[in-house]
Design a protein around this ligand. Structure first.
Ligand code: ZN
Ligand code: FE
Length: 266
């Protein structure tokens, strides 16, 4: 068993940051920084030593809390001996991300809380969006690429790009836990149901989601196996969904584009 514990940290209106905590040595990493205060509260509670911040993409609601985190944990003006953490982000997006100490690309390996994570390039929502995957921890941090029952809006990339990114994520093992960047389940579930498919797994997930939401609990993270079975954006090549959309036999990338368009107009 690995010593990793991952805390989901609600931030701002509907964002999620994550604290990856290594119980063996007290070291921690943070994934995205929508705002600093809730993240600092979790790090303090764990009495963690912050080693690294991993930034998935350049949008303000994923990076804006970084400077306050730097103030708190010591950075350029850190007194001697104070903790200084790595800031890891996409090399391709360096020009529009906060200053990075470590710029990475697809295939690179980074250490988060002393565990190796692999960088996946998952453009679509933005061009330059990255994800971090660990086979050991069985976790992938996807932010606004693959989301619980959804995927990020295509602000910069094309449907083809996002579909390729989703296929990359879909190739990971079913038992992988998916940590995405927002609580969008309400809209995503309503949209998935609106597609008119008879999907027993989806119906079961809807019940589970209702229970979570009743207790105001996050629907993030989720499992990749469950996403594969219920997330319409991962299922553009599924005959059952294609039939429901009247697109039987169509090119999956085209079906994905059609689903994404329908969600934009939903
Ligand atoms: Zn975003
Ligand atoms: Fe976002």
């Amino acid at each position: 068993m690995h010593p990793i514990q991952i805390k989901t940290v609600p931030c701002l209106q509907d964002n999620y940051a994550f604290v990856i905590f290594n119980q063996a040595n007290g070291r921690a990493a943070v994934v995205d920084v929508p705002e600093a205060a809730p993240i600092i509260a979790v790090l303090d509670e764990l009495d963690a030593q912050l080693d690294a911040v991993f930034l998935t993409h350049h949008h303000w609601d994923h990076v804006d809390g970084l400077s306050a985190l730097k103030d708190r944990y010591g950075f350029e003006n850190a007194p001697e001996g104070a903790a200084v953490f790595e800031v890891i982000g996409a090399k391709a997006d360096q020009h529009r991300l906060p200053p990075l100490t470590h710029a990475v690309s697809e295939g690179d390996t980074i250490m988060l809380a002393d565990m190796p994570f692999q960088i996946l390039e998952v453009s679509g929502h933005t061009v330059g969006h990255i994800a971090a995957y660990s086979e050991d921890v069985q976790a992938v941090f996807t932010a606004d690429s693959l989301m619980a029952m959804g995927c990020g809006r295509l602000f910069e990339g094309t449907p083809d790009q996002m579909w390729a990114s989703l296929l990359k994520l879909r190739s990971l093992p079913d038992h992988t836990t998916v940590y995405s960047g927002h609580e969008y389940m309400g809209g995503n579930m309503a949209f998935a149901k609106s597609l008119g498919e008879d999907n027993a797994v989806l119906a079961k997930r809807e019940e589970e989601v209702k229970m979570l939401r009743l207790g105001s609990r996050p629907t993030v993270p989720s499992s990749l196996g469950l996403e594969k079975a219920t997330n319409p954006f991962l299922r553009a090549d599924d005959p059952s969904l294609q039939a429901a959309l009247g697109m039987t036999g169509a090119d999956p990338a085209e079906v994905f584009a059609a689903i994404r368009k329908r969600k934009d107009d939903f």
